[in-house]
Design a protein around this ligand. Structure first.
Ligand SMILES: COc1ccc([C@H]2[C@H](O)[C@H](O)[C@H](C)N2C)cc1
Length: 449
């Protein structure tokens, strides 16, 4: 291995209680909200085809025009208790809020910047009431923070001169000040979700990102920070130059998910997902494919089945309300989670071969395995292949705990569980209790013809 000063400092996953809590939560709500919600992907009668929160970078959007918009930010219908209730109904157990996106607009009255909520018609702190309302609803709060800050005069994408170095040095102090300010103001937050760390100025300063992570952990022990913050001294991100994960979980799964357990290399990880193909901030005209509740439930279950968390993104409107499609999704996902959430919360990889009909999740540390059926087989039987010497002690549909299902042993360590042929409008969940086979049970009945 290459000797590194600023590579991964830990081999393997965190084993502390804070991290186990993060794992057990499994389902999060991302919220992208800020000045970009005002144009909402449109300007001067034209539609921006990029991600709405990036509209300032659109050639059709003059920087000067964008940089005045904060003077109109006045979400009169903002009701964080209502947001928290909707998120709770959906079944989210943690929330990630954009404190400051790449445009540099701060949703809190930072004393280190002018481009903040304090200087808008709304004036009041957005973040405090949100963190409080979500915590009160039993939902943990995490803070998204963009290192890139298009508004700050000292931000540099690359260092090309001594003047750039001095500017960046000032910028790094500013970043440390803002992050400490956020921890001081919102001490119940459980971690940071860093973004905007791909430019050279950051990639080439692995020492600082390492120092910053340690500074934050020292300020607030137990913080959970993913792999987007750090670079090592050779500019490697997420994984250091010895292919070791930097940070507490792999944070590269953005609008994509792993397909097999091999893809996650034994690391904790989190996938973040948009409802349309690529819109994080509010866009007035969603185009392309808009994911359905069942698609998103499947992604959530797939993530848990591969030992990962799944975070679904919402982009509130400038008036402080969620668009109707997003409210509808929260209700529909929530209806399924109310009944079937136990197949997600506190679960992980089951250690079984991936079946065609859907996903297995295992209640961590137990013999309880959930079968989440997304593709009902035409032959009416769910094939269950177990590792050698394991058998199904009991099986039942989650919604009918009193009705024992009769798995048929069809060959060594392989069963058929019959599934009712009917119209399914959401994934079906079956619960199995596995057990080690008693001695002498190895032989199987003659396969029924
Ligand atoms: C492809 O380049 C990207 C994609 C997404 C992002 C940002 C989005 O604005 C959003 O905040 C997402 C979580 N982040 C990775 C930045 C650059």
């Amino acid at each position: 291995t290459i000797p590194l000063q600023h590579g991964a400092h830990r081999i393997g996953n965190r084993t502390d209680a804070d991290m186990q809590r993060w794992r057990d939560l499994r389902f999060g709500q991302f919220i992208h909200w800020g000045v970009y919600a005002i144009p909402g992907g449109m300007w001067d009668g034209k539609v921006y085809n990029g991600a709405a929160e990036w509209i300032r970078s659109w050639k059709e959007m003059p920087h000067e025009a964008y940089d005045q918009l904060y003077k109109q930010f006045n979400p009169v219908k903002y009701n964080p208790a209502d947001w928290a209730q909707q998120a709770k109904n959906m079944g989210a157990k943690y929330m990630i809020i954009t404190t400051k996106h790449h445009d540099g607009f701060c949703l809190w009255p930072s004393k280190y910047a002018k481009y903040t909520i304090a200087n808008t018609p709304y004036k009041k702190d957005i973040l405090g009431p949100m963190v409080e309302a979500y915590n009160k609803a039993g939902i943990d709060a995490y803070l998204y923070f963009s290192i890139i800050d298009w508004n700050h005069p000292d931000w540099r994408t690359s260092i090309k001169s001594p003047a750039d170095s001095m500017a960046m040095a000032r910028f790094k102090v500013f970043v440390k000040n803002q992050l400490k300010e956020l921890l001081d103001r919102y001490p119940t937050v459980k971690g940071f979700w860093f973004d905007g760390t791909w430019d050279e100025s950051w990639k080439n300063d692995g020492a600082f990102s390492d120092e910053l992570e340690q500074y934050l952990q020292q300020l607030h022990p137990g913080l959970i920070i993913g792999s987007r913050l750090r670079a090592d001294e050779k500019g490697a991100r997420h994984f250091d130059s010895n292919s070791r994960l930097m940070g507490d979980y792999e944070q590269g799964w953005e609008r994509k998910l792993p397909n097999t357990i091999a893809d996650v290399h034994g690391n904790d990880w989190e996938g973040v997902m948009t409802v349309p193909e690529n819109q994080w901030g509010y866009h007035q005209q969603w185009f392309g494919h808009v994911k359905s509740a069942n698609e998103l439930i499947e992604m959530l279950v797939k993530s848990a089945s591969l030992n990962g968390n799944f975070v679904l993104n919402f982009g509130p409107k400038p008036d402080g309300t969620f668009r109707t499609e997003e409210q509808e999704l929260m209700r529909n996902i929530g209806r399924w989670m109310q009944v079937n959430g136990s197949a997600v919360y506190g679960t992980g990889y089951a250690g079984l071969e991936k079946p065609d009909w859907g996903y297995y999740t295992r209640k961590t540390g137990t013999d309880t395995v959930y079968m989440v059926v997304c593709n009902v087989p035409v032959n009416g039987n769910l094939r269950v292949k177990l590792p050698a010497k394991q058998s199904i002690a009991k099986a039942w549909a989650l919604e009918q705990p009193g009705v024992a299902l009769q798995p048929e042993l069809v060959s060594r360590d392989e069963y058929f569980i019959p599934v009712e042929q009917k119209v399914y409008t959401s994934p079906l969940v079956i619960v199995m209790k596995l057990e080690q086979q008693q001695r002498g049970q190895g032989n199987f009945e003659k396969a029924k013809t």
